[in-house]
Design a protein around this ligand. Structure first.
Ligand code: IPE
Ligand code: IPE
Ligand code: MG
Length: 236
């Protein structure tokens, strides 16, 4: 926990875009479009609060199972979103990073856009916005295990020296603190493979609004709820 009882790291599972659209007689993709406003209002809220780390779940390793038209839409939409918003994020001194696997089938032009946004904003320290894209908590752990295995095979690490810290330091962004507060919108109460290691001791808050209807006031309410929780980390 950081100053003023703020969570050092907040994770958000941005869920409910498709249902939001369906409830309005719109195609699912209109829900994804409507989610952009929610995301940037939430980022404003995070800046106002003075949060250090915010990680949002944008596309999971399981989301490739969706209909091809929706997957294609999400790839193009996320690239366009970066084109539209990179200046703004840079001006607001937000450091943007992406966590997840960047190989195929993630389109090359989206990866290039991710990398240029990361490079452009790498020096900022006000807020770190991590976008989980083609992210899965299990693949993150598999990738970390591969690095451990590689280091053991090449003699840099002894098997008996493999600890929680050695695995932790091989996650996608090891400098990010553990997640203190995890928010999921839209009524579902599951992790869906998000930040399995980092959220091991997170406080869970469920906001019963669809993601496109979420805004900074919901973020503030979640932080207030978090502050009322009693965290014990296994002690008394
Ligand atoms: C979250 O909204 C966005 C992504 C997973 C990309 P959904 O698309 O999951 O919307 P629902 O849950 O089907 O309503
Ligand atoms: C989790 O939402 C993934 C993202 C928000 C990107 P899903 O809608 O994909 O999760 P499930 O299918 O309800 O578990
Ligand atoms: Mg969903």
């Amino acid at each position: 926990m950081s100053a003023a009882g703020l969570p050092a790291h907040v994770g958000i599972i941005m869920d409910g875009n498709g249902r939001w659209a369906g409830e309005r007689g719109l195609p699912r993709n209109a829900g994804h479009e409507a989610g952009e406003r929610a995301l940037f209002d939430t980022v404003e809220g995070a800046l106002e609060l003075g949060l250090g780390y915010l990680t949002v779940y944008a596309f999971s390793t399981e989301n490739w199972r969706r209909p091809p038209g929706e997957v294609r839409f999400l790839m193009n939409f996320n690239r366009d979103l970066l084109l539209r918003r990179a200046d703004d994020l840079d001006e607001r001194r937000v450091r943007v990073r992406f966590i997840g696997r960047r190989g195929r089938p993630v389109p090359r032009r989206l990866v290039r856009m991710m990398e240029s946004t990361e490079r452009r904003t790498a020096h900022h320290r006000r807020l770190t916005l991590q976008v989980a894209f083609n992210y899965g908590g299990r693949s993150e752990l598999v990738d970390a295990a591969r690095k451990v295995a590689q280091d053991v095979a090449e003699g840099r690490l002894r098997p008996e020296r493999v600890t929680e810290a050695s695995l932790r330091s091989r996650l996608y962004e090891p400098d990010a603190p553990d997640v203190d507060l995890l928010v999921r919108t839209s009524g579902e109460r599951r992790l869906s493979n998000f930040l399995l290691w980092e959220a091991a001791y997170a406080e869970l808050v469920f906001a019963d609004v669809r993601w496109p209807d979420f805004d900074r006031t919901h973020l503030l309410a979640a932080v207030q709820e978090y502050r009322r929780r009693s965290r014990r980390f296994g002690t008394v």
